[in-house]
Design a protein around this ligand. Structure first.
Ligand code: B12
Ligand code: SF4
Length: 489
């Protein structure tokens, strides 16, 4: 460490939710910001409350290694905590996932006093974890300024300013804004003319700060050229931009060769956009390197863009988990949502992927539930269609996000309050309940999804969508099926 350099501590706080799972979850935005600060001369250290591999956490828990499931994913440690009052009527445990509180406090106490502390945030409705982290930081370092960034203050700025307890808030992309603010707070003066005006110019995220890294998340592009009605990508990530393929491969090579990483999750919103000139050359170089690595796409892929060539390259380069964005089988809704998928393009994409040698169970498709104006029948039909194509169903309940079209529809057709607390957009609580549906209705839908996935893994795929839907429908009342659906998609 250079003792002349200013010390900046970056923190990823806890997830506070009804459930959470480590699907290659890393605070990539914070790590990018850390990379820039380090490149400009700061000494950067990291506390990631969600790091399941942290040696002090493992020591604290008395285990030698985390219990992993496939490809280094796994359950977080959790501590059940009192529910925020807004969740009092939800009959489920609420928990703080990640480091035990005592460990976080000990980590803060053990660290060289930082001059500035940067805190990130994931989902807007995880803000109780942000609040607690900032409260603890203030107790340990009362004179150190705290800066909050990430998804929460980007989508709910006023709420974050009023409720997080932070000293400064930065909304939107943070590389330049964080550098300028940290410079100001530490009294550093510099000229920003040479600051990269393209994501290609950013240094690598500071993954090397993890004492024990089991996987890395990577972005080959930022933003998305489409505008789906439920999605806030354009608000949080701005215009679509992509990185030079060689630079992406150099970054992967650094993780592979220097950090010894074998599992990679692509976080791109639009990984397949322009794939002939972008993802295809990246994969070609990966194949040439002959790496023994696995790649995953936890974010859904755009089906319309999948063809034989890209599917074959994905298989040959080592993609293991493929999630597809299907969302809904309703053609009106598909048109409404940027036309990124139709039932035909979904089926074609799946066929290309199977042709490329992916196996049953490798492919999962997101099916959205509890969207404004959505009937239960629409969800059942969408699940049946996905199943009939030989693909696992991944149900994703709708989370209303300010600034999106579906947020406006949620307000207009379902009385979702304009000033709703971010906790009310947690998809676990089903922020809106279209049709006559209740929590039990969605529990039933969930059970069907699980059952169909189980059948699929036993190679029992039912291809008659109509008859499958009609059998599932028998388990729902008329009110559940047709209750209220006066909203125009
Ligand atoms: C990758 C991703 C996932 C991954 C991993 C999530 C994770 N890492 O937390 C997976 C696939 C698991 C996932 C799941 C879900 N996701 Co998601 N996901 C994303 C995605 C595409 C990228 C996030 C990311 O890492 N970006 C990369 C970095 C570089 O950007 P960034 O984090 O924004 O960081 C920049 C700035 O925010 C800022 N910054 C960040 N931290 C800090 C800190 C400081 C101090 C400063 C100054 C600046 C700063 O600077 C960074 C660099 O410019 C976003 C969409 C998007 N475009 O952001 C949605 C997004 C965050 N997800 C969203 C949703 C709804 C979900 C789901 C609920 C979907 C569903 N219905 O099931 C689930 C639930 C997640 C869960 N319970 O665990 C919503 C957010 C909703 C909300 N209310 O907050 C988003 C915005 C997408 C959308 N629909 O609009 N997701
Ligand atoms: S394609 Fe995906 S990232 Fe792009 S707008 Fe639609 S949901 Fe958002």
């Amino acid at each position: 460490m250079n003792f002349m350099s200013h010390h900046v501590l970056i923190i990823n706080p806890w997830i506070t939710d009804f459930s959470a799972y480590d699907f290659w979850l890393k605070p990539l935005g914070l790590l990018y910001v850390g990379g820039v600060l380090r490149q400009y001369g700061y000494h950067v250290s990291l506390i990631d409350c969600m790091d399941r591999y942290d040696p002090e956490l493992l020591n604290f828990l008395g285990v030698a290694s985390p219990r992993n499931q496939h490809f280094n994913t796994g359950k977080f440690h959790r501590e059940i905590i009192p529910k925020p009052p807004l969740y009092n009527n939800i009959p489920r445990n609420f928990a703080r996932y990640g480091f035990p509180l005592e460990l976080f406090k000990a980590k803060l106490k053990g660290i060289l006093r930082p001059e500035v502390i940067l805190v990130t945030s994931g989902m807007t409705y995880w803000y109780p974890g942000v609040q607690l982290a900032i409260e603890e930081i203030h107790k340990t370092f009362p004179d150190t300024p705290v800066v909050l960034g990430g998804i929460y203050p980007t989508l709910c700025r006023d709420h974050a300013v009023e409720n997080s307890g932070t000293d400064f808030v930065i909304s939107g992309e943070g590389e330049l804004a964080a550098l300028q603010l940290v410079d100001k707070l530490t009294g550093v003066k510099r000229d920003y003319d040479g600051f990269p005006n393209h994501i290609d110019g950013f240094p690598y995220p500071v993954f090397d700060l993890y004492p024990n890294l089991a996987y890395a998340s990577v972005m080959t592009s930022r933003g998305c050229p489409l505008r789906c009605t439920f999605c806030a990508s354009n608000i949080v990530s701005g215009a679509y931009r992509w990185r030079t393929p060689r630079k992406v491969v150099d970054e992967l090579e650094y993780y592979y060769e220097t950090l010894g990483i074998r599992e990679f999750a692509f976080y791109d919103d639009a990984l397949l956009t322009n794939h002939k000139d972008h993802l295809a050359p990246i994969l070609e170089q990966i194949i040439d390197k002959g790496w023994d690595a696995s790649f995953h796409t936890p974010n859904g892929l755009q089906c319309k863009l999948i063809d034989d060539d890209i599917a074959a390259r994905m298989f040959s380069s080592g993609f293991k988990t493929i999630r597809l964005s299907y969302e809904s089988g309703n053609p009106d809704r598909q048109k409404d949502m940027s036309q990124k998928v139709s039932n035909e393009t979904f089926a074609r994409a799946v066929s290309c992927l199977y042709q490329a040698s992916f196996e049953l169970g490798d492919l999962e498709a997101y099916v959205m539930a509890a969207l404004p104006g959505q009937t239960i029948e629409e969800v059942l039909w969408s699940m049946a269609y996905v199943h009939a194509q030989g693909v696992k169903i991944r149900l994703a309940a709708f989370s209303p996000i300010p600034g999106t079209v579906e947020w406006e529809r949620a307000k207009l057709y379902h009385d979702f309050p304009e000033d709703a607390d971010p906790l009310l957009s947690n998809n676990t609580i089903l922020p809106i309940k279209p049709s006559g549906g209740t929590a039990e209705t969605f529990e039933k839908i969930n059970r069907f999804a699980k059952h169909l996935n189980q059948q699929l893994m036993e190679n029992l795929v039912e291809t008659d969508v109509r008859s499958l839907v009609s059998r599932m429908k028998q388990n729902f009342s008329r009110l559940e099926l047709w209750g209220v659906s006066s909203c125009e998609v």
